[in-house]
Design a protein. Structure first.
Length: 142
């Protein structure tokens, strides 16, 4: 049980940190070349901590079943899984709080909950998470 809590907290922290970096870099790219500020201010939501934390539970559960597949195929499975989780959690947040905090309005999106054009990024993130989970599991001591 301690290991599951450790992985949930670790992935919550890693996910939020990644999101803050991603949004800060995207903001600079969107302003290019007329950048108003180099503050590199990224954003996230407290809701994202448990959502990213799900990776600490879900990845170890599915990794043994897909570990023999080629890495690129595993990344695609992770990308699809992440989009499904993003849709479900966005929908649930909308139902229970009256609003999905990320509400996509541009790009190829579904009901504002997910952006299909983010699939390659989510697949890459899934590959990274697999490596992080493998590392953490190998170094966790009860």
């Amino acid at each position: 049980m301690k290991k599951h809590i450790f992985l949930l907290v670790a992935m919550g922290c890693i996910g939020i940190t990644t999101e803050i970096f991603f949004t800060a870099i995207c903001d600079i790219i969107a302003q290019w070349p007329d950048i108003d500020s180099w503050a590199l201010k990224g954003v996230s939501y407290i809701w994202m901590f448990p959502i990213y934390g799900i990776a600490g539970i879900a990845f170890p559960a599915i990794m043994p079943y897909i570990s023999r597949l080629p890495f690129i195929l595993r990344m695609c499975i992770y990308g699809i899984g992440i989009l499904v989780i993003e849709f479900i959690t966005g929908w649930l947040l909308d139902i229970f709080t009256g609003r999905c905090p990320w509400e996509y309005t541009s790009g190829w999106h579904l009901m504002g909950y997910i952006r299909f054009d983010y699939f390659p990024l989510w697949a890459l993130f899934g590959g990274l998470v697999e490596k992080i989970i493998t590392f953490l599991q190998g170094h966790y001591k009860d």
